[in-house]
Each structure stands twice: as C-alpha cells, then as structure tokens.
Design a binder for this molecule. Structure first.
Ligand SMILES: [Zn+2]
Length: 721
C-alpha cells in the first residue's frame, strides 16, 4: 500500500468520524448534570521540539551507524493543562521523542517557571512528560552513561531543542486554559491488527489462570480521551493510549521521524484542522505511549534476513556461520533475525500502523461509547530510591524480596527483533564513540551478591555499581499518578510489557473501581529501561534482561503505585522521596560537533539547484540543491522546504517539511584541491497526488566565514500530470 492511499483512507475515515461525531453529540441530551463541569478548564497547545536531524546517532536502536541524514517528519510536544475543582491542576505533555529524562524534565520546569514568573504552578508532582518512544530522533538528552553509549553521548543542543519546545507547549497550554471551560469523556476499545508480541515465549510463563483472563499476549486496549468546549460542544483535543513500539522505522533509517505514533497525530490533526500545517492546528490529537515493552508494530513476524525462514522463537536467532575461520560449526546468531512490518517498506509499514490507530480513534470519536469524566483533578508523585528497596505484595503486604543494584543482562546485548544485536561491545571496539572503548575497559564483574539478587539473569553490565565517569544507571526514579476526573494515568519511567501493564491496570481498578478507565503512560519523566513480570523475567529475553532492578521490579512499581493511589483517594500522603542527582553540567559533551566551514562548488552558490526529476510511477518529484547542515538552524515552527503549486498568478504552498509526503536528505560532497572543501547536497522529495505545475523551495543555512547564513533555493518548475 502506498503512503498516499493510506493517507487518503485514514483521512476519509477520520473525516467521516469527525462529521458523524458532530451530529452525534450536538443534539445529545445531557445525561448528567453538567454544573460541576463548569469548573473544569482545559488548555492545549502543540509546539515544535525537533532536535538536530543530521550527524548524530538516533536514540533507541543503539545502532552505531544510524546517523541522522535529514528529516521525514518533525517532532512535536502536545501539551494538555487540566484545572479542576478548587484550582487543582495537572499537566500532561506527549513528546515525539524516544523517552524523557530527569534532566529534560528539570529544564522544562525551569523554563516554564521563568516564563510564568512562578515556580510553584508546574512541578515534578503535577506535570507528566511522556515520550512517544520514536526510535528515529536525535540522542543525547539522557545523563546516565549506559544511555550515552546508546547514542552520541550527551548533547546539550538536543536537550535545549526538546526542553524549549516542550516548555513552550506547556506555557501555551497554561495560557489557553485560562478561560476555556471544557468537558472530558473517555472511551476504550480493542485494536487488534496494529501490534504483536515480540516475546511470546516469555509471556507464556505467566500463570495460566491470569492469561485466561485476557485474549492474548498483546494488550490491545485502545483508550481515547476527548475534550470538548463546554459552551459550544466543539471538539477541542484528543489523546489516545495504545501499546505499540514506534519502531516501524527500522535501524537502517536515517531520517528523523516521529514514527507511527507521530504520523498518526499528523494524519488525524490534518482532518481535525483542515488546511493547517503539521503541528499548527488548534485541535491536537496525541497518540501516546503505553505499556509497549514487548509490543512490536512489525506484525508479520520475525524472519532470518538471509534465508527468509522464521527465527527460532525462544532465542530470536538464526543459524549462521561461526565467526572463527577454523570452525565449521553452525551457531545461532541474532544479527540476521528481524521483524517485518505489514508494508512493502518501512515508510509504508509506518503509514499502515499509523493509519490503523487513526481509524480506531476516528471510530471511537464517531461512536457514542463515552463515559463522562468529572472536574476532579488529583495527582500524586514520589521519587523512589530503587536499589535495596524492600518489596511487598501490594494486596497482601507479604514480603517478596528486595530490588537489586541496576544491571543489564546478557540478552540486552542481543537486542530485539525490532533492532537486533547492536549492543555488542566486542563488535563496537572500532566505533568512533569513545564511550564504547571506555565501556570495554571499565566493564567489571558483578559481585556474587549482585548475581544472586538478579538471578536467573546473567549480568552483562552491573550498571548500578559503575560510576566512571558518572553514574551508569539511575537509582532514584519518579513514579506518578494522575486522576483526570476518572481517567487514571500511571506515569512510569519504564517500558512495561503487556502483562506487567495489565497488572498495574488491574491494581488501579481495584483501588478506583472496576469501571475506571486506566492507562499506563510509559516512558515518562525519566528512563529506567524495561519492566517484565516476575514470571517473564525467568525467561531472560530482552525485556527481562533489561528489567534492571531484578525479578521483583514490577512488584515494586505495583506497591509504589498502590501507595500513590491510596494517597489520591484520601489516604496518607506518600513520602516525596529524594531529588535525583542532576550531574549534566559535569558531563563532557565529547559527541557535540561544532559547525565547520561550508563552501559551494566553483561558480555555484548555496541554494543552486543541482538536479531534478519526476518519477511518474511513484508520483515522486525530487530536487537537489547546494546546501548546508540542517543543524545550523532547527527551524522550530518553520520549515526547511516548501512544495508549491502554481495557483492563479502565484504559488500556493501545499507541503512543508513536517508533512509526511516530503523528505529532505543530506549528504556531504567534498570538492576542491585535495577535497579540502565541502558542502551538503540537500535532496528534497515529495509524493504528489494531484496534477499541476510545481516547484520546490529549500530554506537552507550554511556556515560561511564563521557565521550561519540563511538562503533560499528555488527549483525549476516541474509539470506533473
Ligand atoms: Zn522500547
């Protein structure tokens, strides 16, 4: 299926949904007295938080060759501010990013405090920042060493790009909430064709009677929050939670992308905000991360790239030759095993998985299966010292054991079927990333006590006891609960598996009532890897190997969240806990690349067109230009390109760089004596459905004589029939 047809299908479905929704709820009889709702104010805003899109490694796949080479879709922060009874306040921001870190949240809160002249309105306690978990955006925003290893180290420019965009969204949502009375409703359905388990053998270790309560190894809960104007009934905002990894774009992708979650947002927002460019519409539609730990969007299955045979199901490996020249043995190796999406390529797969989420949202918006939410906004939050914590069963109080010092298991190095085998220290000894070399040197054996605590995990890296040059893993984690008028949101700094998330939801329903809508907001506020159930942990697949505090980690989260629930429900307040360290100011940003002088070829200027072509079969227009690095200017709220169509006497812009129909890809071209000079070839492509006369504008920047200069290149006109 081509992107265009998916876009069209999604847009039709959502448009039909939106129209029917208007009909459905305009004449709707008020079923409950709405007097209380008058006290609910909701503000929303979307802002650009795109990071540097060239040169740096992406965060997520830990692939030392997955450098940024340009942009497919932009990263946005979608902010929601809720002000309820008695002025009680909460904020939720869904961020098109791999995850959130404590440093990032601290910077956002500081910026918001500065902008409002008030540090008390938005705090660690009442603000949730949740990453969508795209694996195709710049790394460098996490302070712990293990996560620097997975990317290009620590990059202040990535932190600033994200923090400024997220803070602007939050401030704008705050202003928007000032006078916007709202009603909120929630609906839940099952979306069954957009995710698959990537560790089905581990899931089967969960108790049979527990598994019997669910319809499979994938958590298909699709939860939609709609916010309407209390006075007019107009739809003001949508947020959905559904558990699937945004890894439709695989570890060969070099273009910054918000993956299937961000694409779903752009597609639904296009319908809800006709004519608005991506991220500029008044009605946001956030597609947020949930308990996606073992949920892959690559639903066709895991196959050996070389033979086409299915991978071994327990180990996700394929038979391969021994790496040793003297051996004829066949070894089971992970490098060739990778999962396949439903499309003909990763862009197509991304569009299909996005389209299915959009269709589900549109169907819910068009239906009438909503439960009213109230104006009661409640929050609870704790910073929790994890290593050494005594864990008790949340229901019985029975002691279960202790949390361990953080450690990554052997299976962590093997990766997953979404990104196989990139964390192999032996293979990466030749990487330009100096942290890889440091890792190989400082890797030390775990103690017998650590090994016993983590059993049956075989410890690969005892990150919790490694502090050179800084802490390798977090020890204090934020755990948070929001009650948005009856939609309960567990914000956790981890990737919970399907069953782990189901246990959290079951516990919270036991606390708040069976009919309560509950979601796990994953990748929130800080990042501390995965959370598998105790039983799944025994299998030590990737998710279990990455459950860093040992076998009782999920039970610890359950007990902490149960305490937060009790506090929200009027019980004893929880211990706020110790503020995590922020040592980001001490980190050497070795990975940061200073701009280098760019020079156009002899006789040419920046912005000159180098080539252009029209592929009629693919309906793809391409133009390339003499350009410079995109990192010179992130163009938040702007665009690197415009695709324009002749209209009357002038030109109308039909696409900008955030539109999924366009891509911009950069490559270095060396020239001059001994190749001493370079410029970047900026190739812009656009998928065009409609006939017409088109041209492409390239809004570039170059580094000339120590300064960043701006220029615009214009392609020759192209006739598309
Ligand atoms: Zn993940």
């Amino acid at each position: 299926m081509k992107l265009l047809s998916v876009l069209f299908a999604a847009s039709c479905a959502a448009r039909a949904g939106a129209e029917r929704t208007q009909e459905a709820h305009a004449p709707r009889e008020p079923t409950t007295p709405r007097a209380a709702d008058a006290s609910l104010l909701v503000g929303t805003a979307t802002r650009d938080c795109t990071g540097p899109s060239t040169e740096y490694l992406f965060m997520g796949m830990a692939n030392p060759s997955q450098h940024g080479q340009g942009l497919w879709t932009r990263q946005f922060a979608r902010a929601f501010v809720f002000v309820g009874d008695g002025g009680s306040r909460a904020a939720f921001v869904s961020v098109d990013n791999a995850m959130i870190g404590h440093v990032l949240k601290s910077r956002v809160l500081a910026k918001v405090g500065d902008a409002l002249g008030d540090n008390a309105t938005y705090t660690y306690e009442n603000v949730v920042l949740s990453g969508t978990h795209t694996h195709s955006a710049a790394s460098g925003f996490l302070q712990h060493v293990i996560f620097q290893l997975a990317g290009s180290g620590y990059l202040p420019e990535t932190v600033e790009a994200l923090a400024s965009g997220v803070a602007e969204a939050l401030v704008a949502a705050h202003v928007d909430a000032t006078n916007k009375t709202a009603t909120m409703r929630v609906a839940t359905s099952q979306l069954r064709n957009a995710s698959a388990s990537r560790s089905p053998s581990a899931y089967l270790l969960n108790p049979a009677d527990e598994r019997a309560a669910y319809d499979g190894d994938v958590d298909t809960d699709f939860t939609l929050l709609r916010i309407d104007d209390a006075a007019t009934g107009d739809l003001r905002a949508v947020a959905t939670w559904f558990a699937v990894h945004p890894t439709s774009m695989n570890n060969t992708n070099g273009l910054v992308s918000s993956d299937n979650k961000g694409l779903a947002s752009v597609l639904l927002e296009r319908v809800l905000n006709p004519g608005a460019a991506p991220g500029r519409g008044a009605v946001p539609a956030a597609f947020c991360s949930a308990n996606l730990g073992d949920a892959t969007p690559n639903i066709v299955g895991a196959f050996c790239r070389d033979t086409g045979e299915p991978c071994d199901v327990d180990t996700s490996t394929c038979p391969g030759a021994s790496p040793w020249p003297w051996s004829n043995a066949t070894l089971m190796r992970n490098e060739q095993c990778s999962s396949v999406g439903p499309g003909r390529d990763m862009f197509d797969s991304c569009a299909i998985i996005a389209g299915r989420q959009v269709d589900e949202a549109a169907a819910l918006l068009a239906g009438d299966n909503f439960a009213d939410l109230s104006s009661r906004i409640r929050v609870a939050h704790a910073f929790v010292e994890m290593p050494g914590r005594a864990v008790v069963d949340w229901e019985t109080g029975a002691p279960l054991g202790k949390l361990c010092d953080a450690a990554m298991g052997q299976s962590f190095a093997a990766g997953t079927i979404d990104g196989p085998g990139q964390f192999d220290f032996s293979q990466n000894s030749t990487s330009p990333n100096p942290l890889w070399k440091l890792a190989a040197r400082v890797l030390h054996k775990s103690t017998p006590a650590q090994a016993a605590c983590q059993a049956p995990k075989t410890i690969l890296i005892p990150t919790g006891s490694m502090a050179t040059p800084h802490a390798w893993a977090p020890s204090v984690l934020p755990v948070q609960l929001l009650d948005l008028g009856g939609l309960v949101l567990a914000a956790v700094p981890t990737e919970m598996t399907a069953m782990a998330g189901r246990r959290v939801k079951r516990m919270l329903r036991a606390k708040f009532g069976d009919e309560t809508a509950v979601v796990v907001a994953g990748l929130s506020n800080e990042y501390a890897d995965y959370t598998a159930t105790f039983e799944e942990y025994q299998a030590q697949r990737y998710e279990g190997g990455s459950t860093i505090y040992g076998p009782h980690q999920l039970d610890a989260y359950l007990a902490i969240l149960a305490d937060l629930a009790d506090a929200v429900l009027g019980g004893d307040p929880v211990d706020p806990g110790p503020m995590p360290d922020d040592f980001s100011a001490d980190i050497w940003a070795w990975g940061e690349k200073k701009p280098s002088e760019e020079t156009p070829p002899d006789g040419a200027n920046f912005g000159d067109q180098l080539a252009a072509s029209w592929d009629a079969a693919a309906r793809n227009l391409t133009a390339s230009f003499v350009g410079g690095d995109l990192k010179h200017d992130l163009k938040h709220g702007g665009t690197y390109l415009e695709v324009q169509r002749a209209a009357g006497d002038g030109w109308a812009t039909v696409f900008v760089d955030g539109d999924p129909e366009t891509r911009i890809r950069l490559s270095v071209v060396k020239h001059g004596f001994l190749d001493r000079h370079h410029y970047l070839n900026a190739t812009i492509s656009a998928e065009l459905a409609a006939a017409g006369t088109y041209r492409v504008l390239y809004h570039g920047n170059a580094y000339v004589d120590g300064k960043v200069v701006a220029f615009t290149g214009t392609s020759a006109n192209a006739t598309v029939v």
